[in-house]
Ligand binder design. Structure first.
Ligand SMILES: [Zn+2]
Ligand SMILES: [Zn+2]
Length: 365
């Protein structure tokens, strides 16, 4: 177990949702970093604990496993917007008694608190959008692995300014809009009435600095939309529906990290082979006489043609196994090719053949 969220909030495992909320409010007041005697580290821990314990599903996971699998601690804002964070119940929080801008004789900033919940506007790294694409592989490519070159139209970091939006050699100057703070205050109407909040400065996107001259190539945006060539490596044995994640190959964003690229794999069906885990399965129809007397058949495998011995007296549904002709398991091992025998019963017999079968019948066969 990593952190004990119950201890952090000073409550027991049996605490009701109301107890959780109450403990959180008290501690959030106590540790809020903008407050005198605040403690940012503790404040964050308390936030984290609340994010888990206030969510029934996460709390149950935490109780069972000592950690949370569904959506991390709930504050990871994905997708490039600070308000995308999930897992925090804004309405409950905002409607709680005694927790508003100044009722308790000190002033703090709701904007700051919320930005902390959502990963912290101040420290939070802006992230470009994720991109997803689909690619189609032949059956054989999926078994042996392959590489695909893709051309993607997407937002990429400007190569001229390396994404900072400045003309190469330009000086960085203090932003005039926010006086270098990176934040501007604004009055927002809320359920409490008018509340003062801070938000990232639009002019400098929270950086507090601006180049004296903009990059001519991207007009200061730091990003450009262009076609980019991307190589995707599909490993041997990849299955239909699997997704390959290429970290950082998604859309770029100014002053942040790029999103990820998700490549969804579609595998074309094979006429002969079906995949069952690491084995391949195929049907082999043999002649009645071959089944009775035994025979040799040349069959197609993914590794070329192979001669298979049909033993005397084989029955329909019996399986023959060609070891190592299946799906790669690792560098040295492969699954098997399973050959399911079916028997071709002739629908029409020649006169002569009929005589022979009647002879078989007399023999009790
Ligand atoms: Zn540029
Ligand atoms: Zn600014």
């Amino acid at each position: 177990m990593s952190k004990n969220y119950y201890e952090l909030l000073g409550i027991t495992k049996n605490a009701s949702p109301e107890d959780v909320k109450k403990a959180f409010r008290t501690l959030a007041h106590k540790y809020h970093p903008d407050k005198k005697g605040g403690d940012e580290a503790r404040f964050k821990e308390v936030n984290e604990a609340y994010g888990v314990l206030s969510d029934d599903k996460k709390r149950a996971e935490y109780d069972a496993y000592g950690r949370v699998f569904s959506g991390g601690n709930g504050f990871s804002a994905e997708g490039g917007s600070a308000s995308d964070g999930e897992g925090f119940d804004f309405s409950n929080f905002a409607q709680g008694q005694g927790f508003n801008g100044n009722a308790n004789g000190f002033e703090f900033d709701l904007g700051d608190i919320f930005s902390d919940f959502f990963g912290g506007q101040r420290e939070r790294v802006r992230r470009g959008r994720d991109v997803s694409v689909d690619i189609e592989l032949s059956f054989s490519e999926s078994i042996f692995g392959t590489e695909r070159r893709m051309l993607l139209n997407k937002t990429s970091t400007c190569e001229v300014c390396k994404g900072n939006g400045a003309k190469p050699g330009a000086k960085m100057e203090t932003c005039k809009t926010c006086n270098g703070n990176g934040k501007v205050r604004e009055n927002r109407r809320s359920i409490f009435g008018s509340v003062q909040t801070t938000k990232a400065c639009d002019a400098c996107e929270g950086r507090g600095q601006m180049p004296s001259e903009k990059c001519a190539s991207c007009h200061g945006a730091g990003i450009t939309r262009k076609q980019e060539e991307i190589m995707v490596r599909a490993p041997a044995g990849i299955e239909d529906g699997e997704v390959i994640r290429l970290g950082g190959a998604g859309e770029a964003i100014r002053g942040g990290t790029s999103g990820d690229l998700y490549v969804k794999i579609h595998v074309t069906k094979h006429l002969l082979f079906k995949r069952e885990g690491t084995n391949l399965v195929m049907d082999l129809p043999v002649k009645l006489s071959s089944a009775l007397l035994g025979d040799e058949y040349t069959i197609e495998t993914l590794d070329g043609n192979v001669i298979v011995k049909i033993p005397e007296g084989i029955k329909p549904g019996e399986m023959l196994r060609l070891r190592g002709k299946g799906v790669p398991i690792d560098r040295t091992r492969r699954g098997d090719l399973l050959i399911r025998i079916t028997i071709d019963i002739p629908t029409k017999l020649s006169k002569e053949a009929k005589k022979l079968v009647e002879e078989l019948k007399r023999q009790g066969i």
